[in-house]
Design a protein around this ligand. Structure first.
Ligand code: S3P
Length: 426
């Protein structure tokens, strides 16, 4: 796809589709709840449809009409054997979270991914799920396909997580719904807590105290009506676009503002970004509000430490913002980026270099020289949706027309990305 660079601005009021993480969880919990769950503002994308298809294969009735979804829950033990493999496609969330549910079922399952997912680490969930008594195997103990077989019973655990990951934490918490006592999870660093919040919404006794998360297994989950906030990660591309394109001013309505997700706002504000939040409400235990962003002169920043977990998916677009900031930006302690849909450190370094950005790859991050004037280039998404969108925003500032190949992967999380961009660019 061609992306025309130059002096363009972003103006208007926009909405981004529902949050991907919360949409996955709404299908998973709706499927194992008693009764009906109606979901509004659901993200209808390739990733979330993968989760829907898996639960449909296990006998759950799920009706999708645009962004409204109705799930007829079958209860904690009411899923059927899928009969064949469960295809998780590109979605790590589908594979890792669903494994937590499947170790507690009375039937065997095999979970497979696409080429990208089949190369992502799974030992991080295999180890704790086995400690709970689960029967789960991967290729070389690390990679999909995952084979899960039934066991007599699961035991509760106390687990100190060696890696900061919401998917791992969620797999353990979901398995603990089927265990025989109180499970306690200690996080290595703060990661998104949508699973905890939604479990509470479905009536589960789960609470946090002094860095520990406690869950008492319930007898049942009760179906609920849910409203999904706009995805902050999707909003982040427009936030950065408005900051770097001169003359821009946008409002993004009804975005999820969960503090475990919006670390990027703090970083961009420290860099000098003009960003204001208003109209904050709480819906189904999740904060939602509007974000106003104006073009700003940014300055470089030094980023390291545990806070990275609150903006891990936003590092590619943060790298783009840094290329236009005055001075140097260093991003460290971000080695988890290597295990995402692509090696996001390597891919962003190589692709931004093609546009003339002076950027150095580190083992756990990157160093970016700011104040760049970008030249147009032939860019490659590596089939990673967040790379495709970050590079598209960078290309808007290049002199001339860039070409982005494999841009269709945006359908994984944000199918309307280019439509919204085109409608609001002037
Ligand atoms: C997600 C957790 C994060 C994030 C991913 C979605 C989730 O992954 O990068 O896009 O929905 O729980 P990790 O758990 O691997 O950090």
């Amino acid at each position: 796809m061609e992306i025309i660079g130059g002096n363009r601005a972003l103006r208007g009021e926009i909405r981004v589709p529902g949050d991907k993480s919360i949409s996955h969880r709404s299908i998973i919990l709706g499927s194992i709840a008693e009764g009906r769950t109606e979901i509004y503002n659901f993200l209808n994308s390739e990733d979330t449809i993968a989760t829907i298809d898996c639960f449909r294969k296990m006998g759950v009735s799920i009706e999708v009409e645009d962004d409204k979804v109705v799930v007829e829950g079958r209860g904690l033990k009411g899923l059927n054997s899928p009969g064949s493999i469960l295809a998780c496609k590109n979605s790590g969330t589908t594979m890792r979270l669903m494994s937590g549910i499947l170790v507690g079922q009375d039937f065997s399952t095999t979970l497979v991914g696409d080429d990208s997912l089949n190369n992502r680490p799974m030992n991080r969930i295999i180890t704790p799920l086995r400690k709970m008594g689960g029967n789960i195997e991967g290729l070389d103990n690390e990679y999909p396909p995952l084979k899960i077989s039934p066991v007599q019973k699961l035991n509760s655990i106390y687990y100190e997580m060696p890696v900061a990951s919401a998917q791992v934490k969620s797999a353990i918490l979901l398995a603990s719904l089927f265990a025989d006592g109180k499970t306690i999870v200690k996080e290595k660093a703060l990661s998104r807590d949508h699973t905890e919040r939604m479990l509470k919404t479905f009536g589960v006794d789960i609470y946090k105290s002094n860095e520990l998360i406690y869950l008492n297994p319930p007898s049942e989950l009760r179906g609920r009506n849910l409203y999904i906030p706009g995805d902050f990660s999707s909003a982040s591309f427009f936030i950065v676009a408005a900051l770097i394109l001169e003359g821009s001013q946008i409002v993004i309505k009804d975005v999820g503002l969960n503090e475990t997700r919006i670390g990027l706002i703090d970083i961009l504000k420290k860099m000098g970004g003009n960003i204001e939040i208003s109209n904050v409400n709480t819906l189904n235990n999740e904060p939602v509000g509007d974000i106003l962003v104006k073009y700003s002169k940014l300055k470089g920043i030094d980023i390291k430490g545990d806070e990275i977990g609150t903006f891990i998916d936003e590092v590619p677009i943060l790298a783009v913002a840094s290329a236009f900031a005055e001075g140097i930006t260093a991003i460290r302690n971000a080695s988890e980026l290597k295990y995402k849909e692509s090696d996001r450190i390597k891919v962003m370094t190589n692709e931004m270099r093609k546009m003339g950005v002076a950027i150095e790859e580190l083992k756990d991050g990157m160093i970016i020289q700011g104040n760049s004037s970008l030249k147009s280039a032939k860019l490659e998404s590596h089939n990673d949706h967040r790379i495709a969108m970050a590079l598209s925003i960078a290309a808007l500032k290049a002199n001339g027309t860039s070409y982005l190949s494999n841009h269709e992967c945006i359908n994984i999380s944000f199918p309307t990305f280019f439509d919204i961009l085109l409608e609001n660019i002037v």
